[in-house]
Design a binder for this molecule. Structure first.
Ligand SMILES: Nc1ncnc2c1ncn2[C@@H]1O[C@H](COP(=O)(O)OP(=O)(O)OP(=O)(O)O)[C@@H](O)[C@H]1O
Ligand SMILES: [Mg+2]
Length: 137
């Protein structure tokens, strides 16, 4: 399903809607250019899952673990050019069966990701507009 959003809150609402159908162990990959709204989408999902604190892209680590009604793992693999030479358990440490996972810039880790249940793609569409595509498996 593709939706054109007009502002950040609308993109957050799409994240919240997706979150309603997620269960522990599920992983959602979130792709799109810089500033397209990946973290905004994830923030909306996290709020719906009961996360109250800030939801920002991890910068000094590949991921954050947030507490809501369930634990949420929020990963950003942007700086991880390749998983080669990294500990193969790196992603598994975050994406456990008890947590719901969101992965921004998933490409490098795609083959190592467990149980991807949805793929979200965001595109700039001029000004504050974004084209948000949500595909569930
Ligand atoms: N329709 C919209 N949907 C989402 N974000 C929007 C929209 N309109 C404006 N914005 C703004 O665009 C910015 C998107 O930033 P965000 O950090 O979510 O992007 P990102 O894709 O995660 O970037 P990065 O690649 O750096 O991780 C925010 O400042 C947000 O308020
Ligand atoms: Mg981001």
């Amino acid at each position: 399903v593709t939706t054109e959003t007009e502002h950040a809150e609308h993109t957050e609402a799409l994240g919240a809607k997706l979150a309603g159908g997620l269960r522990p162990g599920d992983v959602v990959v979130v792709s799109g250019d810089l500033g397209s709204g990946k973290t905004t989408f994830v923030r909306g999902a996290c709020r719906a899952l009961g996360v109250e604190g800030p939801v920002t892209s991890p910068t000094f680590t590949i991921g954050h673990v947030l507490s809501g009604r369930v634990e949420v793992a929020h990963l950003d693999l942007y700086r991880l050019a390749t998983l080669e030479g990294e500990d193969p358990g790196l992603l598994d440490d975050y994406l456990t069966a008890e947590r719901i996972g969101f992965v921004e810039w998933p490409a490098v880790g795609e083959r190592a990701l467990p149980r991807v249940v949805a793929r979200v793609t965001l595109e700039h569409a001029g000004g504050d507009r974004r084209r948000v595509s949500v595909e569930t498996e």
